[in-house]
Design a protein around this ligand. Structure first.
Ligand code: GDP
Ligand code: MG
Length: 179
């Protein structure tokens, strides 16, 4: 496999306040190895990082630009059109963000109709158990309807965030290998 096939663009989508930037900053904080370049930041909203997944390196560009107010940034259309894969984030404490994730799934289908685009539905803030508004069962059922994977994370506790990134790289490789 060529080096270029190991570069993936992963886009964070989801309502404001669900924790996209918190997830991105965990990604940005990773130091994969001593000699690797630190996370290269292109503005605040795009971060490139080489990570090792299943013993193989992958260069992931993470885009956290969805609800940006920065006029100079990517538009939402560009954001949704340019991903190789998507983390569709809601907060388990905010049912409206869960409903917005459904709308975003529909938009993704429209923008990315021909591809089996890797998507993970991410229920963030799972540390806030007493404020839960969306059950694990609902999240999982929704992902089944969306035809995508599902994971609950807590960016605050750094729980399951790396498994989400690794999972999206694994899906991207599966797609690449079956092309
Ligand atoms: P964004 O608008 O989607 O980028 O959301 P942010 O990353 O800015 O997070 C919004 C707020 O939720 C901030 O106050 C974060 O500290 C908080 N937050 C993000 N993730 C978590 C989490 O997993 N647990 C808890 N308790 N708070 C979180
Ligand atoms: Mg943000």
């Amino acid at each position: 496999t060529g080096g270029s096939s190991r570069r993936f663009r992963v886009v964070l989508l989801g309502a404001r306040g669900v924790g996209k930037s918190a997830i991105a900053s965990i990604f940005a904080g990773a130091a994969d190895s001593m000699d690797s370049d630190e996370c290269e930041l292109y503005g605040d909203e795009v971060c490139e990082q080489t990570i090792t997944v299943d013993g193989e390196k992958a260069t992931v560009t993470l885009v956290d630009n969805w609800d940006s107010e920065d006029e100079g940034g990517l538009s939402q259309d560009q954001c949704i059109q340019t991903g190789d894969a998507y983390l569709l984030v809601y907060s388990i404490t905010d049912r409206s963000s869960f409903l917005q994730a459904s709308e975003l799934r529909i938009s993704l289908r429209q923008h990315r109709p021909a591809h089996h685009t890797p998507i993970i539905l991410v229920g963030n803030k799972c540390d806030l158990v007493r404020r839960r508004e969306v059950s694990v069962t609902e999240g999982r059922a929704c992902a089944a309807v969306f035809d995508c994977k599902f994971i609950e994370t807590s960016a605050a506790m750094q729980h399951n965030v790396w498994p989400a990134f690794h999972g999206i790289v694994q899906q991207l490789r599966l797609r690449r290998d079956t092309k």
